[in-house]
Design a binder for this molecule. Sequence first.
Ligand code: SAM
Length: 253
Amino acid sequence: MGRPLGQHFLFTQTILEKIALAACPRPEPLVVEIGPGPGGLTACLARRAERLVTVELDPELAEGIRGRFGGQGVEVVEGDVLQTDLSQWGEAVVCGNLPYYITSPIIERVLALGQVLKRAVFLVQKEVAERITAQPGSRDYGYLSVAVQARARAEKLLTVKAAAFRPPPKVDSAVIRLTPIEGMDRSEMAGFLRFAGLCFHMKRKTLRNNLAAAYPLEILKDLPEAGLRAEQLTVAQIMDLHQRLKAASEAGA
Ligand code: SAM
């Protein structure tokens, strides 16, 4: 069993500074921190942000942050990050040592901010960092890699050993940086993500098999990549395939 609310805290100053520096290479007008806990990262971010908004679910920890940083440009929202509108403060850098039990929904929520997101720097489970930053043909490349890389440049910056946390989790961690890229509008992206989900539905199956439920066979049989698996295609190639299938479906409708 993991800790309730994923509470593994980091106090190693050099690592905390590196995370804050990756999030704020220069002073930032607004930073949103997810899950400040006892405030180690909060202190480093507060030195680089004019305004720091923290979102913490645990009432005792939220109270601790208020007591330690109140009146120093640090605000505390006590609540669930998955229920909090992260766009309400305007364009922001988002940062946090994430509670691992909800890493994917947090990343999805943060990427859905679109242009309101300046960049995101997160400490996540190492395996998740590897999946997020993976390239085609590698073991870790899959839906998560495509869903993130379709919206952001994804970099793995450093690995953090489990022993650096109190209490230590069962797995090592890694810091990732996500820098949004201009792309599709919200509804186009939603359509693309559904398509990418279909492509990777059964990872070892060919695109022809995975897409058969959604597209007629006479369209699929003409695709040069029909016999390939989604994991062999780059994000750009999956986007291009989506466009061609959309056009072919519309032409046939
Ligand atoms: N930032 C601190 C550090 O580095 O030591 C704490 C990181 S700890 C891995 C994750 C933090 O997220 C905890 O403080 C936990 O209470 C908080 N948390 C867990 N679930 C949350 C949620 N749904 N919304 C907001 N905060 C949450």
